[in-house]
Design a binder for this molecule. Structure first.
Ligand code: BV8
Ligand code: ZN
Length: 249
């Protein structure tokens, strides 16, 4: 049940910020970060694989893991949660209201669903960067010819364009998120365990600024007791319903 006040807050806010996590892509079949250690990767801890140290120690192993995740994501399509985010952006923008999508997800399914105002806080597994010459480009070729993949320009080793644990988030992403947070009238946290910082800090920041906060997640998280409204449910069901009610209100 979506509280009517939450619906009105979305309808009346001068701008909306939505933060998404792996839970939004889960219904598309993308393993959440913690699920990404199933099967042949079960013996690895993702938070230890997704680090500069792991890549430094074994670039072949880590690039194979990312290639496996790319293959998994390539087989997935956006779900109603992604589509509702894109439609909410179009609807609010058509009424000259602000909308920013902050995503922790690296799969680019929000892009595939038509979202535009996206801030990729943790980069993307489709972007690969050469450690030799710095060339960074989207690479959807699969599987890689060799591990780690090499740079066509200089032969250097390429790494995934994601933010690893212990790495700073891109300045551009942090700046864009800060700008979006300043003007927002409601902050939505969707499909994230709210454990990873600094992304998990935005809900707290909104709350501290007196901005109404709405959480949609399959299970309670550390921000559930704090937010204005916490809805336990699937993003692919709750987001479309929230949008429908807000558009009708
Ligand atoms: C930083 C990209 C500082 C990579 C990711 C010790 C050493 C170093 C750093 C730290 C440390 N201790 C703490 C830190 C900080 C650290 C951190 O927060 N750690 C946590 C674990 C405590 N943060 C960092 O390191 C960040 N950088 O602090 O840098 C710095 C500053 C200046 C200069 C130098 C350094 C970088 C963090 C980014 C890490 N990269 N991803 C890759 O993907 O390979 S994070 C990765 O894990 C994902 O992107 C995701 O955001 C996150 C969590 O993964 P999941 O659990 O899968 O997803 P999520 O949490 O979203 O949970 C899914 C939720 O959905 C669940 O609650 C589930 O119930 C729900 N759900 C499931 N299905 C549905 C659903 N909900 C709704 N509907 C459904 N259908
Ligand atoms: Zn290069």
């Amino acid at each position: 049940m979506i509280p009517p006040e939450a619906v009105r807050a979305v309808r009346d806010a001068p701008s909306v910020v939505v933060l998404t996590g792996a839970g939004v892509s889960a219904e598309s079949g993308v393993p959440t970060f913690r699920d990404a250690a199933r099967g042949l990767w079960a013996k690895y801890d993702p938070t230890r694989l997704a680090t500069p140290e792991a890549f430094e120690a074994d670039p072949e192993l880590v690039s194979r893991w990312y290639d496996w995740r790319r293959e998994r994501v390539a087989a997935c399509a956006p779900n109603p949660g992604h589509h509702a985010s894109a439609e909410m952006e179009r609807w609010l923008t058509s009424m000259r209201r602000g909308f920013t999508l902050l995503t922790q997800n690296v799969d680019r399914l929000h892009h595939a669903a038509g979202s535009r105002a996206i801030v990729e806080l943790h980069g993307s597994i489709w972007i690969w960067r050469c450690l030799g010459c710095g060339t960074e480009r989207e690479d959807r070729s699969m599987p890689f010819a060799e591990y780690p993949p090499r740079c066509a320009d200089c032969g250097g080793i390429r790494r995934p364009g994601v933010v690893w644990f212990g790495e700073a988030l891109p300045h551009a992403a942090l700046d864009a998120a800060e700008r979006a947070m300043r003007g927002c009238g409601i902050f939505l946290s969707v499909g994230t365990s709210s454990l990873v910082y600094p992304a998990a800090g935005y809900a707290r920041q909104a709350h501290a600024r007196g901005i109404p906060t709405l959480e949609i997640n399959a299970e309670p998280t550390p921000i559930s007791p704090m937010v204005t409204w916490s809805i336990q449910g699937k993003s692919g069901e709750v987001l479309p319903e929230l949008l429908r009610l807000a558009m009708e209100a």
